[in-house]
Design a protein around this ligand. Structure first.
Ligand SMILES: Cc1cc2nc3c(=O)[nH]c(=O)nc-3n(C[C@H](O)[C@H](O)[C@H](O)COP(=O)(O)O)c2cc1C
Ligand code: SF4
Ligand code: SF4
Length: 262
């Protein structure tokens, strides 16, 4: 059995979960999705994992692009883990449908709860979603579920994609349909005078969205809104409207150099 785990991450939660699963499986190969998404994506591994965050109750654009390009056969076992703040909606069902269109399936899909990584104050959609779903079923972290997930994966068991409640799934699908196509222009960031021009933000951006203009980082309109630049800036020099300084966060087990593998 050979396993390859493809991952997408902004603030490290999904990489941390992917790494834990890899270690528990005895060293499955980890592959960064931004590093391969522009090429030919084919693998002969018997088992394939896809680990990524939930964005607006659905799959991030770059992960959609990756799955569309992935060459895969129906004898390969596919599992996925999506990390979220407790509201995955139908993210994993969306992934299952994409894989079924390619003639294969999502054999096991887990949603795990990690720290919310957005720096902006909660918007109206998040507030409505919290009202719809007061008690999320998704309460355990990747670490808490590690042995359970690895037992399913090792034995190639079937595990239904995990979702939120029926009502939240409907709401989430609606918002995802409206919002995801506009996400690439949502990252209206700027850098203040604390910027030391280390250019970490440029190196970690998965979509090459940061240029240098007049000796300062400058954001263009190809953003995945992954939060990596703003949350990893060593000087806390990057800003966006409605930010809450208390929400500066990146996963404590991951180092900025790990995120630079793009
Ligand atoms: C643009 C964006 C949208 C998000 N939407 C959701 C969501 O719909 N539901 C949820 O539970 N968490 C949501 N989150 C939180 C992340 O899914 C969560 O913090 C995740 O673990 C981040 O993973 P990463 O550290 O690998 O980037 C969102 C985060 C971002 C950046
Ligand atoms: S990571 Fe922060 S300090 Fe470094 S170049 Fe970017 S904005 Fe400036
Ligand atoms: S600009 Fe920042 S938020 Fe947008 S994709 Fe790049 S690193 Fe992520």
């Amino acid at each position: 059995m050979k396993t390859k785990i493809f991952y997408f991450t902004g603030t490290g939660n999904s990489l941390s979960v992917a790494r834990d699963i890899s270690n528990e499986l005895g060293g499955a190969e980890l592959v960064s999705i931004p590093a391969v998404v522009d090429g030919h994506i084919e693998t002969d591994d018997s088992d394939i994992g896809i680990v990524f965050p939930v964005y607006m109750w659905g799959i991030p654009n770059m992960v959609v692009d990756f799955v569309q390009k992935l060459k895969i056969s129906s004898d390969q076992y596919v599992f996925a883990v999506t990390t979220c703040a407790g509201q995955p909606g139908e993210t994993l069902v969306q992934l299952q449908k994409m894989l079924q269109k390619k003639g294969t399936d999502l054999h096991a899909g887990f949603a795990v709860r990690e720290t919310a990584n957005t720096i902006q104050e909660d918007n109206i959609f998040i507030k409505i979603a919290m009202l719809i779903e007061r008690n999320s079923k998704i309460t355990k972290s990747g670490k808490e579920r590690l042995s359970e997930m690895v037992e399913v994966i090792t034995n190639k068991k079937e595990h239904e994609p995990e979702t939120s409640s029926v009502m939240l799934n409907k709401f989430g699908n609606f918002v995802y349909g409206m919002g995801m196509s506009r996400i690439n222009t949502m990252g209206k960031f700027w850098a203040d005078e604390k910027c030391s021009m280390c250019l970490n933000c440029q190196r970690i951006c998965p979509s090459n969205n940061i240029e240098v203009v007049n000796d300062k980082p400058h954001w263009t309109q190809n953003c995945e809104f992954c939060q990596a630049c703003i949350q990893w800036c060593p000087k806390e020099a990057i800003h966006i409207k409605n930010e809450d300084p208390k929400r500066r966060y990146h996963n404590p087990e991951i180092k900025v150099k790990d995120i630079m593998i793009r």
